[in-house]
Write a protein that binds this ligand. Structure first.
Ligand SMILES: Nc1nc2c(c(=O)[nH]1)N[C@H]1C(S)=C(S)[C@@H](COP(=O)(O)OP(=O)(O)OC[C@H]3O[C@@H](n4cnc5c(=O)[nH]c(N)nc54)[C@H](O)[C@@H]3O)O[C@H]1N2
Ligand SMILES: Nc1nc2c(c(=O)[nH]1)N[C@H]1C(S)=C(S)[C@@H](COP(=O)(O)OP(=O)(O)OC[C@H]3O[C@@H](n4cnc5c(=O)[nH]c(N)nc54)[C@H](O)[C@@H]3O)O[C@H]1N2
Ligand SMILES: [Mo]
Length: 804
């Protein structure tokens, strides 16, 4: 989230699209209700299903799964055609006025630089036109035909209300109602908040859907504002912490990039990680990357990291290609992996194309599963009727199960969608032989290191050089790990004037104290400030909210720097005055920035100096034109899902699907067409169950005992299916059987002139646990993904439905 849960109450319009918080975030949803009751907010839901959020919304519009870019680009077209944008904000704070390089173009569904052989773009031309000094050219009058705003106008002009109705199935009137509601928040004192989750991320163009929404918010002047922002409702309680701490395959903690194999020296890595500013005088915060990185290496390798050995740079793994989960499944299937360690992850249930996952796991020599429960993954080799129709005799994979505790059985911090790190305390002891994850990993580490010491092996250095100075090396405590995330001084630290800031050994107060000379260590620079010399900030529990804007700054701790709303400099105008006097976050008082939130800006940098508010961007601006950041284009474009009810893409018949879609060798052959599989299917979760986990708990299993699928009334009628019948749902990859729920909540849509039905498939059941044994819903989903995030297309694929 750019903003945070409590801040939702400040919104005038709440757009819920691609998420269903009433169901999946029922506690946080209270802030949506708060906005309705106390702020008279209009709540809008755009979803293929009339879901539980829609049930309490003021307005609902249907949309075909997989067509969200059309809808949102349609909104952009509407805002630009009717001139409903926040002009001063757009001119001063976004790159609307900057001029784009002559080499950039878009035609027939492709941006400039496409190479059909590699299915990738050369992104060189996706840049600004530079002047002699190397600075981006700009035209504040917006008359230059190649300024970003005019290029965007032209690009969006194809997304007319007619096109939205044709591709999304949304009635034009409903679409225009949504546009009008959003447009009404282009004034400085009204805001829209956008709440989204998997309905946007689970697509082969998921990153671009989210980007389009962020662009709408920039045009409306809603980023940085209380009650505004673009807000991802995150999944597991600590999945925010997962990405913060660098568990994505190409990142290090604090969103530092993991080096590629082309970066053979520290200098070449730092040059990439430290961008040059294309506009003069910008804050360009990533220019501090060297301080974050060297401190990280000191945290990893301690005294072994020295200036002479580039702080241990050679010990870090370097990537040649992405090793995300989808790539790993592919490598397993191709026999390129020997073993797999799976911790807190039910791969077989969660992955697309379950039969592929079984084939993949069957080719391993060994698999280690660290989990408190018996998961389908750990028993993938067992025969379970039709549900897991395998022959154990043919599977050689040796499975080791290490029972772990569950999150509620240990202390630690959980980072929520608001970026708050909230400390929690163990509620119980782990049962029987279950151990805390830290203890399992600590023991594994020590034993592996001993084995290397005794027997040698390939490249032992990274393991041998690791700092491991925990009080009990076999059991690092959550408190110790949290303290090292924050970081500490490794020598006495002085400020520029020579005053002692920190004594050797002291915890850091924040990331501004980080050094690039090896005198500080921090395992995650954005977490610096969470455990200071004053103690554990994450354990704070003061919920006072004196300004009434929900900025409860004494409750837990938010990264970065306890800042509650990101880009909050943009809540004030070019002179530093709040756009909305009723909602003052921070303002310039003539000498410094002050307010109820921690300023997202250098404290004494005057507004007259004209540095942009988006300080993590080298040019300080909000990007309507994304430059070369994304794999599939600097502007969003609609491509059909990999399985689509349409045989072409009416916007450009030549480019039906994303030209850079993530697709592995054999997966193309397992994609179906509408002639055989006429319905659009989408998968989702329900309140009564949490993923494939709580079906082990009796009360949850009673509440939702077995797999059901939701089928629209028209389709049911045609197929002779009645509520409660058992149906077979098949895709090109397999089938599941389930109880039918027949409902008018899944409307039939007219798409490009033909009727298209949506089938709704909640995914929670399987062949382990207390609920009734059944199929894994992911038997149906295709193994294809977004080129930027590698996220699979779980939403918007093709099936057929028959009476079983
Ligand atoms: N009770 C409960 N809570 C949970 C979870 C759980 O399993 N159970 N899971 C947690 C996790 S890990 C996550 S990531 C979050 C997920 O939270 P959400 O993303 O809110 O959950 P979903 O139910 O997957 O999908 C949300 C909505 O997207 C809609 N949708 C499907 N396809 C499309 C599309 O193409 N376009 C649009 N606009 N909408 C579409 C679905 O109909 C659904 O209403 O929830 C978390 N909270
Ligand atoms: N078709 C379809 N597929 C999907 C989705 C969808 O919407 N549709 N959603 C996707 C999403 S958003 C997600 S997040 C994934 C979820 O995929 P998973 O993360 O695999 O889902 P869970 O069932 O929550 O599995 C988490 C496991 O962690 C274990 N666990 C709990 N606490 C601890 C602990 O403290 N330590 C350890 N070691 N283990 C613990 C639980 O017992 C459980 O087995 O599924 C994805 N797959
Ligand atoms: Mo998730």
């Amino acid at each position: 989230m750019t903003n945070h849960w409590n801040d939702i109450k400040n919104a005038n319009v709440v757009l819920i699209m691609g998420g269903n918080p009433a169901e999946a975030h029922p506690v946080g949803f209270k802030w949506v209700i708060d906005a309705k009751i106390h702020n008279q907010a209009q709540v809008i839901v755009v979803d293929p299903r009339f879901n539980r959020s829609a049930a309490v919304a003021d307005f609902y519009a249907p949309v075909r799964a997989g067509s969200d870019v059309v809808f949102l680009m349609g909104v952009i077209n509407y805002l630009l055609q009717h001139d409903h944008i926040q002009h001063e904000y757009v001119r001063a704070f976004t790159n609307a006025a900057l001029i784009v390089d002559e080499g950039y173009s878009f035609s027939d569904g492709l941006f400039s630089g496409y190479d059909a052989a590699t299915r990738q773009y050369d992104r060189q031309s996706w840049h600004y036109a530079l002047d002699e000094a190397g600075h981006a050219q700009r035209d504040d009058s917006f008359s230059h035909p190649r300024c970003v705003l005019n290029l965007l106008k032209a690009h969006a002009s194809r997304y007319t209300p007619e096109m939205v109705a044709r591709l999304c199935g949304t009635p034009q009137e409903s679409f225009l109602t949504v546009c009008q509601q959003l447009a009404a928040t282009s004034v400085p004192d009204r805001t829209t908040t956008i709440l989204y989750a998997l309905g946007w991320t689970h697509h082969t163009n998921g990153s671009q859907i989210i980007r389009t929404a962020a662009m709408i918010q920039l045009l409306l002047g809603n980023i940085g504002m209380p009650g505004g922002g673009i807000n991802a409702l995150r999944g597991h309680s600590n999945v925010q912490g997962f990405t913060d701490l660098g568990l994505l395959s190409q990142s290090l903690p604090g969103y530092l990039p993991l080096p590629s194999e082309k970066m053979t020296t520290l200098a070449s890595y730092l040059q990439k990680a430290t961008p040059a500013a294309p506009l003069p005088g910008q804050v360009n915060y990533w220019q501090n990357s060297d301080k974050f990185f060297v401190s990280l290496m000191k945290s990893f390798y301690g005294d072994n990291a020295t200036a002479e050995n580039q702080w241990g740079y050679d010990w870090l793994p370097k990537w040649d290609k992405s090793y995300d989960c989808m790539a790993q499944a592919e490598m397993m299937e191709q026999g390129e992996l020997n073993g797999c360690l799976i911790q807190g992850f039910n791969l077989l249930a969660a992955f697309p194309d379950k039969n592929k996952a079984v084939r993949a796991l069957s080719r391993l020599k060994y698999m280690v599963v660290i989990d408190p429960l018996s998961t389908e993954t750990a028993s993938f080799w067992q025969h379970h009727d039709e549900f897991n129709d395998v022959d154990p005799a043919k599977i050689q994979t040796e499975v080791f199960r290490l029972p772990s505790s569950c999150f509620a059985e240990e202390a630690g911090s959980v980072a929520n969608s608001s970026r708050w790190l909230q400390w929690h305390w163990a509620a119980a002891e782990p049962p029987a032989e279950a151990l805390h994850d830290g203890k399992i990993l600590g023991n594994l580490f020590l034993r592996l290191r001993d084995l290397y010491r005794q027997e040698g092996g390939t490249a032992p250095e990274p393991l041998m050089a690791m700092r491991w100075d925990y009080q009990d090396p076999a059991n690092p405590s959550p408190e110790e790990v949290a303290q090292e995330s924050n970081g500490r001084a490794l020598a006495d630290i002085y400020d520029d004037s020579g005053t002692l800031l920190l004594k050797k050994g002291q915890q850091l107060n924040g990331f501004s104290e980080l050094r690039n000379d090896g005198t500080t260590a921090s395992a995650c620079w954005i977490y610096a400030g969470s455990w200071t010399p004053q103690g554990n900030q994450m354990a704070r529990r003061d919920n006072a909210d004196p300004a009434g804007l929900g900025a409860v700054s004494g409750w837990a701790w938010a990264w970065p720097a306890n800042r509650r709303i990101l880009y909050n400099r943009a809540s004030a105008d070019s002179q530093g005055k709040a756009w909305d006097p009723q909602r003052r976050l921070i303002e310039w008082d003539g000498a410094r920035w002050q307010g109820i939130d921690v300023p997202d800006y250098p404290l004494t940098l005057a507004p007259q100096q004209q540095a942009g508010p988006f300080i993590m961007q080298p040019d300080g601006l909000g990007h309507l034109f994304a430059l070369d950041k994304l794999a599939d284009g600097p502007f969003p474009e609609h491509y059909e899902p990999m399985e689509s009810p349409l045989s072409d893409n009416p916007l450009h018949p030549q480019q039906r699907h994303s030209p850079v879609v993530r697709l592995f060798r054999n997966d193309a052959a397992s994609l179906g067409e509408a002639a055989d599989y006429p319905c659009v299917a989408t998968t989702y979760s329900i309140t009564e169950l949490f993923r494939h986990w709580t079906k082990h708990a009796l009360l949850n299993a009673i509440a939702q005992p077995e797999q059901f699928v939701e089928i629209g009334a028209e389709l049911a009628e045609e197929q002779g299916i009645r509520a409660g019948d058992r149906v077979k749902v098949s895709s090109r990859r397999g089938y599941i059987k389930a109880k039918a729920v027949v409902t008018r909540r899944l409307p039939r849509l007219m798409i490009d002139g033909k009727p298209v039905d949506t089938v709704g498939i909640p995914c929670h059941w399987g062949f382990e646990g207390t609920a009734r044994k059944g199929f894994l819903a992911n038997t149906l989903t295709p193994s294809v993904g977004d080129a930027n995030s590698q996220t699979p297309e779980y939403k918007g694929f093709l099936v057929k439905v028959e009476k079983a």
